[in-house]
Ligand binder design. Structure first.
Ligand SMILES: Nc1ncnc2c1ncn2[C@@H]1O[C@H](COP(=O)(O)OP(=O)(O)OP(=O)(O)O)[C@@H](O)[C@H]1O
Length: 245
């Protein structure tokens, strides 16, 4: 269980995280929706240990993470633009974290082989990142993040730059692998439909405050999240299409 207690961060006079608290059970996905600049990235970075909050605490199953450096937290921050080692092949990008952890060659071959299969990238194993499409690069970055089964995945608009079809494939892959490996995830998105699709629970962030909803009905029913407006829009489009056909 990931526990965040009263996390607070300000830049000069601007409060970016305002006493944020939440609990996320293992294997659950919290989808976080919020407008640009409301503090979502700051929240993920504070959880990952990539920036220090002014106050508050992050813990995993009762163990404080506050003095644990980012590399040892097992909480992986996945950027919107995939960060891969340009000089390494797809295979070696996936193997990197396992080599750092000094896993045996046999384990590395087995785990990377299985991951290549999961990601449907077997025939691209020996390519360098600049020989891949954007969606393929994103898959490698995703595989590299989960190959050593982190406690928490922190995803910051991970699929925003992908076309609609590739995005749908990545959402399905994300859900399948996160559930298979029982990984908890904070999933930041601007896309209402994506939030509803991936989330087990939901949150809306505004001006540094986070409101958590435990059901999709509560999330959809609160006018300030904008979810009901968007669903009304899509219903109207559907009716228009029916009317025209
Ligand atoms: N290093 C910094 N110094 C000063 N202000 C900062 C710094 N980093 C972020 N901010 C401010 O904190 C606020 C929240 O930024 P953050 O990146 O967390 O927003 P966000 O919700 O992720 O936005 P977006 O959806 O556009 O990525 C913004 O107003 C931003 O300008």
């Amino acid at each position: 269980m990931l526990t965040i207690q009263k996390l607070h961060k300000a830049y000069q006079s601007q409060t970016v995280l305002d006493q944020i608290s939440l609990e996320l059970p293992q294997g659950q996905i919290l989808a976080i929706l919020g407008r640009s600049g409301c503090g979502k990235t700051t929240l993920l970075k504070a959880v990952a240990g990539l920036l220090s909050p002014d106050a508050g605490a992050v813990s995993w199953s009762g163990t404080s993470m506050d003095t644990v450096p980012p590399r040892e937290r097992e909480m992986v921050y996945l950027f919107q633009e995939p960060l891969l080692f340009p000089h390494l092949t797809v295979f070696e990008n996936l193997a990197y974290g396992l080599r750092v952890r000094k896993e045996t060659e046999q384990e590395i071959q087995q785990k990377v082989g299985e991951m290549l299969e999961e990601l449907e990238l077997q025939e691209h194993a020996q390519k360098k990142p600049n020989q891949l499409s954007g969606g393929q690069r994103q898959r490698v970055a995703f595989g590299r993040a989960i190959i050593f089964t982190p406690r928490v995945l922190l995803l910051d608009e991970p699929f925003a730059s992908l076309d609609a079809q590739t995005r749908a494939t990545m959402q399905a892959l994300f859900l399948r692998l996160v559930k298979k490996f029982n990984i908890s995830a904070l999933f930041v998105t601007h896309d209402v439909k994506e939030a509803l699709l991936v989330g087990d629970s939901f949150a809306y962030m505004a001006a540094g405050k986070l409101q958590v909803y435990t059901s999709s009905e509560a999330f959809m029913g609160d006018p300030k999240t904008g979810v009901s407006d968007e669903l009304t829009f899509w219903n109207k489009i559907e009716q228009k299409i029916k009317y025209q056909s």
